[in-house]
Write a protein that binds this ligand. Sequence first.
Ligand code: HEC
Length: 427
Amino acid sequence: MKRINQFVFLVFLFLQIGTFARGVFAQILTFHDDIAPIIHTNCTPCHQQGGVAPFSLISYEDVSKRGKFVTQVTQSRYMPPWKADHEFRSFLNERILAQEDINKIKNWVESGMKEGKKRKDKKEPIGAPLPKPDLVLTMTKPYNLPADNSEDFRFFSIPTNLPKDTYISAVEFVAGNKQRVHHSRVMIDSTNKIRGIDGISEADPAVYKFQTVPLADEFMYGWVPGNLPVFFPEGIGKKLPKNADLILNMHYAPSPLKETDQSTVRFYFAKTKVNREVKTFILKEDAISNQPFFLPANTKSTFYMSSGAIDKDMSLLSIQPHAHVLGKSFKAFAITPDGDMIPLIKIDNWDFNWQTTYQFKTLTHVPKGSVIMVEGTYDNTAGNPENPNRPPKGVGYGWRTVDEMMNLIIYYVDYQQGDENISMEKR
Ligand code: HEC
């Protein structure tokens, strides 16, 4: 009996050693076999020449010279940037590393960053290059940025010169000066009444005049670093009216350097017939139910917005929450007439610097009579490290970063039966 026990124990021991040895020795991770696929899928789309990130992460050299840094930012989940709660709602453009991949990166770095052999059968993917744009619109001339360490908010107009109404299937913003362009909002004016503004300041009284012009699109596209192009499924497009002008609302970060910016918007035309037009639905501060929208100094506040009962069936394509630096969390959902909850988005650690257009995986049906509700929390105490005022000051509505906002921007089409099955996957 004793012998059998010893025998069983020895077998057990061997098995354990085997598992241990496989863990230590068999798993020699190499860049080309194990790490490159993770980096190229999850990092390279931004970390490449012309991408939004400050350096490339493509080759062995790119990654190995920043090995420790790459481990840190993946361990902490700072990179790839993704703020929305995946359990509440997952999205098409989600960027989340699997824990297994995070561990692989760490193990590879700690085991000396072996390069391995480049696999001949594998081409080195350089992110996901986009097709050639059909219309490239660039600010008419370079704008001289202030060199006095002040924030700068400007408007520009760019004529499209389109000979006819044109449906677009994708839009992309490319910052001219990546260090300085903080965010950009693209609006569409089909009246040509705002044409010719070329870098006027948000504080310019003329702005009030043209703010009364009814725009064809108040929010064609919102961009901050990290926001990738927005695509629409086949048969669905956003209309760029004939001869319309783009109005860019640009926000530039402060700097002491003499620099310029000349940013670009790229459009991709729908290649097949568009029979459904993308519309924009915006919930903004006037939809707040507990007015006024004011954050007294040294307080934390929660605000609620409601759409009221929606008068038609909608199919949502994408959603973009917007707040400034005092924002702490943002949650949106719809309640259907049957009392069901449709989760839209939940961000527990709001980050002004990582705002994205969240694209749904399939069209999301919100039935007629539903109410879209938003809850946003703000922290205007000294305990908030993002608070620009020391000591805190009362903060109200405004477009400057030191003011606050609460917006939910939704792209949708009128609902048609079967929309739930339409995938938003890029063609
Ligand atoms: C959506 C675009 C995007 C993706 C995807 C992305 N990054 Fe970044 N990354 C940025 C931008 C922009 C910066 C510079 C701003 C900053 O540091 O926050 C940055 C900064 C960094 C930094 C420097 C951080 C610092 O504190 O200076 C590292 C390291 C990094 N990224 C690694 C990665 C890795 C590794 C991945 C993939 C696992 C990745 N990034 C994915 C956009 C991206």
